[in-house]
Design a protein around this ligand. Structure first.
Ligand SMILES: [Zn+2]
Length: 408
């Protein structure tokens, strides 16, 4: 099959005017000007999308579809700890069927806005076998052992039992304040053995910084009140804790961790010494920023330019609808552009295509329109203006056409 469009933004060199993509099965087999592609694949069915820009399907690098049904339910709170209390109260009203419906609705919405791949954290890995995801999904088991740290290994093993029949899965110790050192360690052991991806929330809020570095603040008080051992607080920043969970054994440079397997969400709170640590770290993890969720919480400014200068691969994600209003990645690129107006729109689009593919270790399969890559494509209206990427980033609404894994 051949798909033709007014322009193809391949993310793999300059856009191709009057471009076309040839598809065989679930793969892209040819990309170029329409006359050339159609001559090389004569007799193939052609779909002409007309005045459209064809681009790679978008990749959401951080999402919790579990909470799609919580859209609009939680107003911004005075503190991050209060927000955790509020989401816990909402979660208490939901049963397994509600979560199944929430995840299913989330997939439908993400797809409508042009997302063809999602890194989705779920607190319910046992439900995953009942869900048929309509887009490419990395299922990360979100793990919390704050109320039963002695069960860390058991929790991880149970999650793996549920997820191992999935093609693409990973582990997500929730955050340093809810997951024990042993839980992180167990997840890393598995990741090293089975080469699966890891993700976590790190240095998200001022309160997380106050808890770990100063041993005080609303999050400190809340976690203490639910019985967490606070022995690890009052000394180091969250990043230092992440790099250096057991001071006597691991290196302060972070080289003890299999960092290339980690996708780290947030990183809003970093001290000058944290940046030194990041600079010293030879191997880099991947970073996900969620611009609209960030705005909802009024977190400290995300240090995009500093992280980029240090060589970090930075992606965008929606986070959950408990702190965001839609699952549109176009809305995230727009929100990001408002906070970083100096970054060119093509670089912003890379954050939801090429960069996110790299974070998922799919740089040779996803995020570009290139022969040999998976046939995940979306198209949006294009006026023909010279500012193609500006138009793409400004796009608001459901996509006109899409293909996931070679299927329209
Ligand atoms: Zn999250």
């Amino acid at each position: 099959m051949i798909i033709r469009a007014r322009t193809v933004a391949t993310m793999d060199g300059p856009p191709i005017e009057d471009g076309a993509v040839a598809i065989s099965g679930n793969r892209i087999i040819d990309v170029g000007k329409f006359p050339g592609v159609s001559a090389r694949h004569s007799g193939q069915e052609t779909v002409d999308l007309g005045e459209q820009a064809l681009l790679p399907g978008l990749i959401n690098a951080h999402c919790h579809l579990d909470y799609t049904s919580l859209r609009g339910k939680i107003a911004p709170q005075k503190s991050f700890a209060d927000w955790i209390r509020a989401i816990n109260a909402e979660k208490a009203k939901l049963a397994a069927d509600d979560y199944l419906a929430s995840i299913t609705d989330g997939f439908t919405e993400a797809k409508r806005f042009g997302t063809t791949t999602v890194a989705n954290l779920t607190a319910f890995p046992e439900l995953v076998s009942q869900i048929k995801s309509p887009i490419r999904t990395w299922w990360f088991a979100e793990l919390i052992d704050v109320r039963s740290p002695e069960r860390a290994n058991e929790l991880v093993d149970l999650a793996i039992k549920s997820l191992k029949s999935e093609e693409k899965w990973g582990l997500a110790p929730h955050a340093l304040f809810t997951a024990s050192v042993n839980l992180y360690r167990r997840c890393e052991e598995i990741a090293r053995r089975q080469n699966v991806l890891l993700t976590t929330h790190l240095a998200e809020s001022r309160e997380e910084m106050a808890m770990f570095r100063d041993g005080s603040g609303p999050l400190y008080d809340f976690m203490k009140s639910i019985g967490r051992s606070m022995d690890d607080c009052g000394q180091e920043t969250p990043l230092e804790r992440f790099f250096n969970p057991a001071p006597s054994t691991s290196l302060r440079t972070g080289s003890g961790r299999a960092l290339q397997n980690w996708i780290v969400a947030h990183l809003n709170e970093l001290t000058e010494s944290d940046f030194d640590l990041l600079e010293a770290s030879k191997r880099k993890f991947h970073v996900v920023h969620s611009p609209r969720s960030h705005g909802y919480f009024a977190h400290s400014r995300f240090p995009f330019k500093k992280l980029r200068a240090l060589g970090f691969n930075i992606c965008l994600g929606t986070d959950s609808l408990a702190s965001n209003e839609s699952l549109s990645l176009f809305a995230e690129t727009r929100a990001f552009q408002r906070s970083e107006p100096g970054i060119s729109p093509d670089k912003i689009l890379e954050m939801v295509t090429v960069n996110a593919a790299l974070a998922l270790h799919q740089e040779n399969a996803l995020g570009r329109v290139r022969p040999g890559f998976q046939a995940d494509l979306v198209s949006i209206p294009y006026s023909g203006s010279p500012n193609l990427f500006e138009e793409i980033v400004a796009f608001d609404g459901p996509v006109n056409w899409m293909m996931v894994n070679g299927r329209m």
